[in-house]
Design a protein around this ligand. Structure first.
Ligand code: UDX
Length: 435
């Protein structure tokens, strides 16, 4: 099929390449010329394992191209994906200006009878409004939320856990739109991936509900970690024990410095704003609490650091292992690691940050931090070490070897990723979160 993807950020670029991989003819559209030039040359504008290889391969087939000016090409396209960003606005609600701009572009160029498929994360109620605008040109709308995780974006796009379609209320329109999207995802459906067909509001809510539930799990275990700390219990063993119950599950029960990134923090705030708007007071309260627990985890780590250097951070040499919001990513949006690093620097500490991928991004956004990509060099002279992003190379550090360069053997394991026994045996003072 002939497909366009409007918005070639993280979601759109990966989606466009994956659709070409499925055999479709894909036109990626973005307003950012630098991004379009990079993607056209087979260069990923962000770090994502496996993406650049896929991009190069599908560019080579001639089935994928990128442009800032689609012009008349839009008229030949059967199905248009919208994958633009919906950043958090000042009120916490999603800013829909890029979605509106994408719809305006499509209204001007897309052919009547084509289908628009929304993938961006939008507040409940948005799709109905957009569908009304598109109906003026006889263009149908499907809402098809995306659940990809950074670090696993290609696999999550080609082999998702489930596919959700929010379709128009009119049964004939719904059937036609569904058939078009089924044709796009034929290979995935043949693989047996569950497909849930529903109305617009449900499809819109599935995305923010999924991320809010994951965030709630993390904040729950972090709140438990606080109790474990004061009661002398170990939250990691507790998570293992409750996680064996398949109704609970062990995943997303890793206590630590909390969640960050471009999705979880933004999506809980956006859902909270929608809940407030619709008078769903308990949901709004719950999500507000999930957010505040998460933010307090960062405060706790900063306080723990202060305590471990004897109360005054000024001039103290602190090494932070990790800057990305999670491993296998160079994304520092709302990163707990980078937030703690810059707060410690603001409190006067001499902070060195080490990360295998995110340092070029950090150099641009936080020029006052000292950056070091080699962990051994980063640890040299440290009076305190904090592990805040659990990259494999940090988790695999040999505590005896790590001890040789530091000034003080004190480590705060902000991801509960290290073996406390091994680190203590090597002479380290070890502090985890709730253990
Ligand atoms: C998330 C969703 O998982 C994905 O389905 C959605 O499409 C986009 O948002 P992502 O932002 O890539 O994906 O990150 P995720 O792997 O969910 O991790 C989010 C944050 O939670 C990270 O900062 C991570 O370190 C933290 N986390 C995760 C914990 O603190 N504890 C855990 O147990 C799990």
């Amino acid at each position: 099929m002939k497909i366009s993807v409007v918005g070639c950020g993280y979601l759109g670029a990966v989606h466009a390449a994956c659709m070409a991989e499925l055999g479709h003819d894909v036109l990626g559209i973005d307003v950012d010329e630098t991004k379009v030039a990079a993607l056209s040359a087979g260069r990923a504008p962000f770090y994502e394992p496996g993406f650049e290889e896929l991009l190069t391969r599908v560019l080579g087939t001639g089935r994928l191209r990128f442009t800032t000016a689609p012009g008349d090409d839009l008229a030949d396209v059967d199905l248009h994906f919208i994958a633009v960003g919906t950043p958090q606005s000042g009120t916490g609600a999603a800013d829909l200006s890029y979605v509106d701009a994408a719809i305006t572009t499509l209204l001007a160029g897309a052919a009547p009878g084509s289908v628009v498929v929304g993938k961006s994360t939008v507040p409940v109620g948005t799709a109905t409004q957009l569908a009304d605008r598109l109906a003026e040109r006889d263009i149908a709308l499907v809402w098809n939320p995306e659940f990809l995780r950074e670090g696993f974006a290609v696999a999550d796009t080609l082999h998702p856990d489930r596919i959700v379609y929010g379709v128009p209320a009119d049964p004939t329109d719904a059937q036609e739109a569904q058939a078009a999207l089924d044709a796009v995802y034929r290979d995935l459906l043949e693989e047996g991936i569950p497909r849930i067909v529903t109305d617009y509001p449900t499809a819109e809510l599935v995305k923010t509900a999924a991320n809010s539930f994951l965030a709630t799990k993390i904040s729950f275990i972090n709140a438990m970690a606080h109790l474990c700390d004061t009661a002398g219990a170990d939250v990691t063993v507790l998570a293992d024990a409750i996680g064996h119950d398949p109704r609970i599950g062990r995943r997303f029960l890793q206590a630590g410095v909390g969640f960050g990134g471009g999705c979880l923090p933004k999506d809980i705030r956006a859902l909270q704003a929608s809940a407030d708007l619709h008078g769903a007071v308990h949901l709004a309260d719950l999500l507000g609490r999930v957010d505040s627990i998460n933010r307090e985890q960062r405060d706790r780590i900063v306080e723990l650091a202060r305590t471990h250097v004897g109360g005054d951070l000024s001039g103290r040499a602190i090494t932070i292992l990790g800057a990305a919001f999670k491993p296998l990513s160079d994304d520092v949006r709302d990163s707990p690691a980078l937030d703690v690093a810059s707060r410690l620097a603001d409190l006067g500490a001499e902070v060195t940050v080490c990360d295998p991928q995110a340092l070029p991004v950090v150099a641009r956004s936080h020029p006052h931090l000292t950056l070091e990509d080699d962990p051994r060099a980063a640890l040299k002279g440290a009076e305190l070490v904090l592990l805040l992003t659990e990259w494999d190379q940090f988790v695999a550090l040999d505590p005896a070897e790590a001890a040789t360069g530091v000034a003080e053997r004190v480590i705060i394991d902000g991801r509960n990723a290290l073996d406390p026994v091994a680190w203590r045996e090597a002479g380290w003072t070890y502090a985890g979160v709730g253990r």
